[in-house]
Design a binder for this molecule. Structure first.
Ligand code: ZN
Length: 97
């Protein structure tokens, strides 16, 4: 693969632009579920966050909702944060359920 351009995405926690591969992808699946997508391969609309607790804590439901163009419910938002924090603690096992 020739990669002239490094894909850059914005973290929705700190709003800094970073290399996509250094960020965690969050995906809204075609079924409408919000999931952590460590492989970056699930289909659906994605948003990105730095693999840092600070950025996960800084997430705002409104920003996430606009990133996904979808009103995320509070319970779903809290569940997502839990998933992300779980993933940060244990990257190898996180995100699969
Ligand atoms: Zn960040």
């Amino acid at each position: 693969m020739k990669a002239k351009r490094i894909p850059i995405r914005m973290c929705i926690g700190c709003h800094q632009r970073r290399e996509k591969k250094g960020l965690i992808r969050i995906v809204k699946t075609l079924q409408g579920n919000i999931e952590v997508d460590p492989t970056g391969k699930k289909s659906g609309r994605g948003a990105y966050v730095c693999p840092q607790v600070e950025c996960v804590q800084a997430l705002c439901r409104k920003d996430l909702s606009s990133a996904f163009r979808f009103e995320i419910e509070e319970a779903e938002f809290i569940a997502l944060k839990d998933m992300l924090l779980g993933y940060l603690k244990n990257p190898r096992e996180g995100g699969s359920q």
